[in-house]
Design a protein around this ligand. Structure first.
Ligand code: PGA
Length: 219
């Protein structure tokens, strides 16, 4: 197998963004006078975009208008703290370097708001390592809809079947599968082996170099 394009999820796959996301989420709740959540719970709140994150962390009695207000506050607070505790997972830098050396094209497709996705990539992956970077954009259906994955394949002029989608959640596996891509689930992110397996991951890995091994069949 030599798949020439690899599309990555961002939060929980390339970047450990959990603490900054939880800090911002809890600061929104504090500002609204709502109860906060332990950081680890955010592993399950994150993954379906900012608005769903607000719906999950706020009390279920919140009106859509209140959720709008939470989104506005989150944008402000996360806009200040997004880089404070965020780091690359171990081995990511080397994996990307190896894939690049092998001529593999690299892209990112995240449900993180697009502007935050691009600032994170610029800051943590300087040097234009990616051919395309898409966060959640207006007028493009978010994951698990395959629209963004199809758009990347089309823009890079590759067949979806020649792409690999790498992520850490059910949403990621569903996205890759509905786009007709080979899916790799990673175990260093926010979710479990069982979640990835139940959502039809083609391969589940616990070290980034396993991605290189499986994308580049020989050498
Ligand atoms: O911000 C989110 O909801 C998730 O972002 P991700 O798609 O990069 O995991």
């Amino acid at each position: 197998m030599h798949k020439k394009t690899v599309i990555f999820d961002l939060d929980g796959t390339l970047l450990d963004t959990l603490e900054d996301l939880a800090y911002a989420g809890n600061a929104v709740l504090a500002e609204c006078g709502f109860p906060q959540h332990p950081v680890d719970k955010y592993k399950y709140f994150v993954g379906d975009g900012m608005r769903v994150l607000m719906e999950r962390i706020a009390p279920s009695t919140c009106t859509p208008e209140k959720i709008d207000q939470c989104c506005t506050i989150f944008n402000r607070i996360y806009g200040e703290c997004w880089h404070r505790r965020t780091t690359l997972y171990p081995g990511i830098e080397n994996m990307l370097k190896r894939l690049r050396e092998k001529g593999v094209r690299l892209a990112i497709l995240s449900n993180k708001p697009h502007q935050f996705t691009t600032v994170c990539v610029d800051r943590f992956f300087p040097g234009q390592r990616f051919d395309l970077v898409f966060g959640q954009r207006e007028n493009v259906k978010k994951k698990p809809d395959p629209a963004g994955a199809f758009e990347i394949a089309a823009k890079l002029d590759v067949q979806p079947a020649d792409c690999v989608y790498v992520g850490d959640t059910a949403v990621d596996m569903q996205t890759g599968k509905s786009a007709g891509m080979f899916t790799i689930g990673v175990l260093w992110g926010f979710r479990t082996f069982d979640e990835l397996r139940e959502n039809n991951a083609d391969l589940i890995v616990d070290h980034p170099m396993e991605i290189v091994d499986h994308v580049i069949s020989a050498g």
